[in-house]
Design a binder for this molecule. Structure first.
Ligand code: TMP
Length: 203
């Protein structure tokens, strides 16, 4: 297991309210238990530049922001995260576990926002050194389950409405059809069962 996980680039992704943060924590603890150095980062964010970009993206005052602007900002935050953390960590043989990555830009801006998934991938290819992780796990949830898990003030992206978020879910599922490294798990199950299903993908 140590050999399999060392230097691996893993991503947990999915619609808002899919339980990603909890599962990232559980998976990170499990990887550490296997004796592998694991680091976990959120995208967008983590770096100083990335956290500032995150604030701009999620601020409800910025309601007029276009999908193309979102794509460029998410990509900029990601490029900084790659340079400051991910690239050196992978080179050092650490396992990098991401809370979101390019799959989100494909599902949100590319599919739900109508910018175009192929265009997102093209911009990513031109601006990032590596675009596809070794494995992307999509935690799939329906709108009702997701809403029940988000009993708090919603940020700008979360406020985009039911139709947009139904398309986000669809975008993630479509991505799994075109990319063999993108796997889908039913995240309506209990936290323990979802964790077990994720572990099955690690073996
Ligand atoms: P988070 O709250 O899961 O950290 O993600 C922040 C929000 O940004 C969430 O609503 C999903 C959205 N998002 C995109 O729209 N495109 C992206 O590329 C990423 C990484 C996140």
């Amino acid at each position: 297991m140590n050999k399999i996980l060392k230097g691996k680039f893993l991503v947990l992704d999915g619609p808002d309210g899919c339980g990603k943060s909890t599962q990232t924590r559980l998976l990170s603890e499990w990887i550490a238990d296997q004796g592998v150095v694991v680091v976990s980062y959120r995208d967008p964010g983590t770096t100083l530049v990335g956290e500032k970009i995150r604030d701009i993206l999620l601020d409800t005052a910025h309601e007029g922001m276009g999908d193309n602007v979102e794509v460029l900002l998410y990509m900029a935050a990601r490029a900084q995260l790659w340079k400051e953390h991910i690239a050196p960590d992978l080179a050092a043989g650490k396992c990098v576990l991401m809370d979101r990555w390019l799959s989100s830009t494909c599902a949100y801006q590319g599919w739900a926002g109508g910018f175009g998934v192929e265009k997102v991938i093209k911009i990513a290819t031109d601006s990032l050194e590596r675009i596809w992780p070794d494995l992307t796990v999509v935690l799939d949830v329906d709108a009702e389950t997701a809403a029940a898990r988000m009993q708090r003030d919603l940020d700008r992206m979360e406020q985009k409405g039911d139709i947009y978020h139904a398309k986000v879910r669809e975008g993630f599922l479509k991505l799994s059809e075109i990319h063999s490294s993108v796997k889908v798990i039913d995240a309506r199950q209990t936290v323990e069962q979802v964790h077990k299903d994720i572990l099955k993908l690690m073996l």
